[in-house]
Design a protein around this ligand. Sequence first.
Ligand SMILES: Cc1cc2nc3c(=O)[nH]c(=O)nc-3n(C[C@H](O)[C@H](O)[C@H](O)COP(=O)(O)OP(=O)(O)OC[C@H]3O[C@@H](n4cnc5c(N)ncnc54)[C@H](O)[C@@H]3O)c2cc1C
Length: 802
Amino acid sequence: MQSQAKVVVIGGGVVGCSILYHLAKMGWKDVVLLERKELTSGSSWHAAGIIHTINSDSNIARLQGYTINLYKELEDLTGQSCGIHRPGGIYLASTKERYDYLKQERAKARYLGLDSDFISLEHARELNPLIDPKKYVGALFEPVDGHVDPSGVTHAYAKGARHYGAKIHRECPVIETNPQPDGTWNVVTPQGTVNAEVVVNAGGLWAREVGRLAGIDLPVQPFEHHYIITETIPEVRDHGREVAVTVDYEGNTYTRQEHDGLLYGTYELKPQAWAVNGTPQDFAAELLPDDLGSISERLEIIFDRMPALANAGIKKVVNGPFTFGPDGNPLIGPVPGLKNYWTAVGVMAGFCQGGGVGLCMAEWIINGEPGIDVWGMDVARFGSFATRDWGTIKSRENYSRRFRLTYPNETLPEGRRQKTTALYDRFIARGAVMGVSFGLEHALWFAGSKDKAEETPTFRRSNAFSYVADEVKAVREHVGMIEIANYAKHEFKGPGAAAFLDRLLANNLPKTGRLALTPMLTPMGKLYGDLTVARLDDETFMLFGSGAAQDMHRRWFEMHMPETGVTYRNVTDELHGFAISGPKARTLLSRLTRDDVSNGALKFRDIRRMVVADVPVVLTRVSFSGELGYEIYCAPQFHMRLFEALEGAGADLGLRLYGGRALMSMRLEKNWGVWTLDFRPDFTAAESGLDAFIAFDKKADFIGKAAAKADKPAKRLVTMVVDTKDVDCLGDEPIFHGGKCVGYVSSGGYAHYVKKSMAMGYVPAQWAGDGTELEIELLGEFYKARVVARPVYDPDGQRMRN
Ligand SMILES: Cc1cc2nc3c(=O)[nH]c(=O)nc-3n(C[C@H](O)[C@H](O)[C@H](O)COP(=O)(O)OP(=O)(O)OC[C@H]3O[C@@H](n4cnc5c(N)ncnc54)[C@H](O)[C@@H]3O)c2cc1C
């Protein structure tokens, strides 16, 4: 075996083989795959092989479309059959809420370029003669859906990879992965050691074990999963064409044709986690003992909805394990904290997603960034809070909810209170409805008392509406307080810190005591961060940014940092605190400090260390609400003390606690986008409008400068007022001009103070002008939308500057 390679991929399942194929296809010849046993020895060989495009994350849906379309190309290249069947797929709704979900999916498909559309229930029955149409209220049809032969696909990737010059070694278990001082890895096997510039863990069922060889714990977990293959079913045999792949959400079933019978499977409510303490090394291409009792309750529902199934004889029962991640999506990319170590694990739908995962991994390894934003799959969305046990708990929840509806305003119950601040119990007592971000609980809104603190899951306006309205009013007219422990804080120190940040960030660095907004760009000019940079002294800087993206950003900083001259620490968990905002915020602050906080002494965009309520704090004068505001950061041990002092001093000023929902509402009336929704690596600075914060004339050759300078954006982020009465955009709705789909909504909601439904979204530059009339499809209805170039609230931004 060779002793050197550019990339070693560990694992010859569908995912590893696809990564190898894409690396080799993109021109990297010196790439090697090491497989413990034979290819497909993990979960890949016994999959049901169903392929579909629907995914709640639109970029993952896009990649699923890419995967499905790749199979023909693979067959043509390799001559290896992938066993492609494309009878199309039907998605059945039996509740109004599920029908709403399908309407959203159909709307999304319009801008993804997919042909999904509603069909009548009679038509659905023509495509699948087993279903009882009386059980359903709607059916969505997706023509590209179908199924493939899992083993054929995996071998086709392998053959294609070899065709392009890659090497595959079977019966070659990796037993050690040892990092070297130069950033490479020694990958040890009984057949010899390969020194690799990059290692990829595609260990599938053994992802956790392979990860542990590098000293990391991955929060993924294999689960048992059953499907059943029937004997001949006359309705199927006599159908005259292949029965459509069918997903019945409330029935919790998927079915596809297998010979003259059906293959059907279900996701049980009480999933059986398999090999919790580790996947046995001697397991290979094996099945697990059947336990039909565990799915019998679910089968009753299927038999009710597809009565012919109840009478069909069972030819075969398959119970095989496969691996889930905490939110059901894969964990891919470079692992934060390790050099040149990548994962592509937790891929629970390898035949829908394997091609897209392979493509993104190869682009990312070769070009330094994937072709589209892969946040929904990025391993960096889980930090140290995602322990092994937490991974098992959340993955179990996700498995059990595979076909269950999760509403956009719903926060899932398992694995909660993993991280809390000192105020958690107090907030609960005040009726806080909590959300979670990067493992940390934070208040979404306050119901006033514990017994009212429940939000109805819905696609429409929920019972939170009036509470959020009151919180917004309190901030706009008096003063509000929100906990900001969940904002990311990154600290840079040292003589080289300024030079490093000047190269990393696109805006000018502020002077000592000041802060600035700045985009952070990739070399291709895509957004990689929307940050606030503050200078505390000549050699000390703080960056404030998205809490959810803190590990993604940490990885970026560490990737670009020089060896010496600058030290970096993620201090997010070391700084809790509060933002106070509203016209009375200064009065409140002045009651708790001896410092002069008048407008002349503490200016908009100042930062300083000071003492507030006897607590040492770092204070910034900024505001995401658009009002006069201060963010006051303190060590967690002072958090409660600061809270009590602020509350006491603010009582007669009308101080009110507010949560994330009110903040999101207020930022909409200011036309301000947010990271992960409106600002993400899918867009450039000019497209998003963040080029307003780029210092093109600064000396430093900051990352992405050339690309940003050359950028002539064809699309632009706009804010729109949407003409709805009782429903608001949630994100991902298509935008139309002249009856043609021209863009999509990146975020939306109700702007409570100005009493308007609003949305932000990307449209072609020619339709981005103020006053342009557009239309948005929302839950199956079309609504007028008008572009507003200037914020509908305080357009000149005076309130936060006064
Ligand atoms: C019953 C069932 C039905 C399914 N149905 C579908 C479906 O309809 N559609 C769909 O898209 N997906 C389906 N899946 C899921 C699909 O099978 C998985 O998503 C896919 O197999 C994951 O592939 P992988 O390459 O990540 O992992 P695996 O297939 O587990 O591959 C990992 C490979 O890594 C190797 N390996 C591990 N450790 C080492 C080491 N130390 N050194 C070298 N090699 C190592 C293993 O031997 C193995 O070959 C189903 C799964 C099951 C069990």
